[in-house]
Write a protein that binds this ligand. Structure first.
Ligand code: UN1
Length: 498
């Protein structure tokens, strides 16, 4: 299928793909596939006002009814899975299976959110006063601004949107300027769900804004955007976080990772090798959860590197649409340049680089061979997140040193240990173990499933999305004390009688 066919099958008309100023390129071959009209930052007031109006009626619908819209969205996503997956491949360069996997993640979060729409539990709390009941209730917050990155252009939107909607919040979505077409496709799919849902859904319940940093900044700075959920680089989060904090808005940040795997002497190396290859080179190393560091016990390190180098040598690199390809393009040539520059720095810091070269796969696309870099120590470049398939390998002798090394980076998203030793596994998961938001045993750091809270600490931003009680980030909590007695006792035994 040509790019035009893929976009047509996704329901995007030639008209809406042309006439604007934002050029959209496919990383597969660098072809320009659209020129989109951008949202002006000056329109943000009107967009937010529309969202606030939508909020006033959406919050009045019972949550299970709001969940019905999300259930329909899940159905429409199931029906459009192939078409949307193909646009993800076109626009983000993911191999077909990963494009489809991303849509599956959307379906999964819809299912999760539908169940949640019949929960949103509060608490009852024992009151010290007779004839009193104390409870905690959860309420919608208002417009939720969602900023998403190019690498998960649709799943991250759905994590936020499915939950924001059941929680009673309208959404304003600012996708990466590198991936607006997947966003437009999602809006069409959502429109079909809205149509089936009927009149209960207000206009402007979910709005899309297309453009660059200025339109994002207008949304982030707007006092009526109650929640800003931003996924992307730590540099972006450093701008967004303080801006939202300045106006006391709610922020959910999911930023950079520098995810490690400790490979212990007892590890099943066959499994470790497979897990490493998937998590280090999958999505061309462009997941926030991508494996970037292996900390291998000195007794197995040489063997592990040899097996990895062998596996890397056979990796099918090329057109992500072709069956069998495992490594598609990196997002653009600037990202490839950053990868090659990082490898140069690693060499300067004592690293031995295997792979990591520009590859001529499809003319016009930026392709690379994933790199394994043996490092003498965890130097500055290792502690920096380079959004590319670079895997640094270091050694250890004592587990406590390996854990200290795993934690000694600014980021804190995902982590794992490969071991068959129960004591080591539990130590890694303990209070003194990994400091990340995600810590796994005998599973790589990427490819988390829906259900668990997703996010991490330190420069990863601290936000949690998608699973567990992450919904609480999208609601405000009220503590209610109800007096059903005929007395008015004060707490703490305070007397204040007239
Ligand atoms: C991201 O890269 O921003 O755990 C999200 C994973 C995916 C989500 C990644 N489920 O790798």
């Amino acid at each position: 299928m040509t790019h035009a066919d893929v976009l047509k099958a996704a329901g995007l008309s030639a008209d809406e793909l042309s006439g604007g100023t934002l050029a959209v390129h496919s990383p597969i071959d660098g072809a320009e596939v659209a020129r989109l009209t951008e949202t002006s930052a000056a329109d943000m007031d009107a967009i937010v006002a529309r969202s606030r109006t939508a909020f006033q009626s959406w919050r009045d619908l019972p949550a299970p009814r709001r969940g019905e819209l999300v259930r329909l969205l899940g159905e429409e996503l199931r029906a459009a899975k192939d078409e949307l997956g193909a646009v993800v491949t076109l626009e983000a360069g993911k191999i077909t299976s990963e494009g489809l996997g991303e849509v599956q993640e959307m379906i999964d979060i819809c299912d999760f959110a539908v169940g949640l729409s019949r929960q949103l539990y509060g608490l009852t709390i024992a009151s010290e006063r007779p004839g009193h009941r104390m409870m905690e209730t959860w309420h919608p917050m208002g417009p939720c601004g969602v900023i998403t990155a190019f690498n998960f252009p649709v799943a991250v939107w759905s994590w936020n949107t499915a939950i924001a909607l059941v929680c009673g919040n309208p959404v304003i979505w600012k996708p990466s300027e590198k991936s607006p077409l997947t966003a437009m496709t999602c809006m069409k799919i959502l429109d079909r769900a809205l149509e089936r849902f009927g009149d209960d859904a207000p206009d402007g319940l979910v709005q899309l804004v297309i453009g660059g940093a200025d339109v994002g900044a207008a949304m982030v700075g707007h006092k009526d955007v109650a929640i800003v959920s931003a996924t992307g680089s730590t540099a972006m989060g450093r701008k967004v976080g303080p801006k939202v904090a300045e106006r006391f808005g709610r922020c959910i940040l999911e930023l950079g990772g520098n995810n490690a795997m400790i490979v212990a002497p007892s590890a099943d190396l066959d499994m470790a090798v497979r897990a490493i290859v998937f998590s280090a080179v999958g999505t061309c190393g462009q997941r926030c959860t991508s494996l970037r560091r292996v900390i291998a016990h000195d007794s197995i390190r040489a063997e592990l590197v040899e097996r990895l180098a062998k596996a890397y040598a056979t990796l099918p690199i090329g057109d992500p649409r072709a069956p069998g390809t495992l490594v598609g393009p990196i997002i653009d040539s600037a990202a490839r340049d950053r990868m090659l520059a990082a490898l140069q720095i690693a060499r300067g810091e004592g690293g031995t680089v295997h792979g990591g070269e520009a590859v001529e796969a499809v003319t016009g696309g930026a392709y690379v061979s994933p790199a394994i870099v043996e490092m003498p120590a965890q130097t500055d470049i290792v502690r920096t997140e380079t959004f590319a398939p670079i895997l640094y390998v270091m050694g250890y002798t004592e587990l406590s040193d390996a854990i200290a090394m795993q934690n000694d980076v600014p980021q804190g998203l995902s982590s794992c240990i490969f071991t068959t030793d129960l004591r080591e596994a539990e130590t890694f998961l303990s209070d003194a173990g990994s400091d990340c938001g995600i810590a796994n045993v005998n599973i790589g750091p990427s490819g988390a499933e829906i259900g668990g809270a997703f996010g991490g600490e330190k420069e990863t931003g601290g936000g949690r999305e998608s699973g567990s009680d992450a919904w609480k980030g999208y609601m405000r909590r009220a503590t209610n004390t109800i007096n059903y007695s005929r007395e008015l006792p004060l707490a703490q035994g305070v007397k204040f009688d007239l």
